[in-house]
Design a binder for this molecule. Structure first.
Ligand code: 5GP
Ligand code: ZN
Length: 113
């Protein structure tokens, strides 16, 4: 499958790794929108939240467990940070492989644009 984040997860395309295990890969966004901008993805291709189902939903809990660890190691856990996932075109999802943005290290506005 011609998917950018599948290629990043399997090492075909280089990235700056933050965390990796059998199920999850986390790396720095190429165009960071905050001092800390990490993308956390399942290694197995899932297109978006729309494709989370009974069979694959355990990955979501795992991703958030990993996110909590990354927030601590990035030094943003106490001050606060945001985790966001864009779904589909209106939300601005440009890469059609489920990914959670972790943004921190600055004050974040709400609501997002
Ligand atoms: P989306 O817009 O789909 O929610 O987020 C996609 C994110 O992937 C964007 O923040 C974009 O900067 C990032 N991105 C796109 N291509 C690459 C790449 O080749 N490497 C890395 N590290 N990030 C990428
Ligand atoms: Zn993929």
């Amino acid at each position: 499958m011609d998917c950018l984040f599948c290629k990043i997860a399997n090492g075909e395309i280089p990235s700056t790794k933050v965390y990796e295990d059998d199920l999850v890969y986390a790396f720095r966004d190429i165009e960071p929108q905050a001092p800390v901008h990490v993308l956390i993805i399942p290694k197995k291709h899932i297109t978006s939240v729309n494709d989370i189902n009974h069979e694959n939903c355990s990955i979501v809990g795992h991703i958030f467990k990993v996110a909590a660890q990354i927030a601590k190691s990035e030094g943003i856990a106490e001050d606060g940070y945001r985790i966001v996932t864009n779904i589909g075109d209106l939300a601005g999802q440009t890469v059609k492989h489920l990914h959670y943005h972790m943004l921190g290290g600055r004050s974040l506005q709400w609501p997002p644009g």
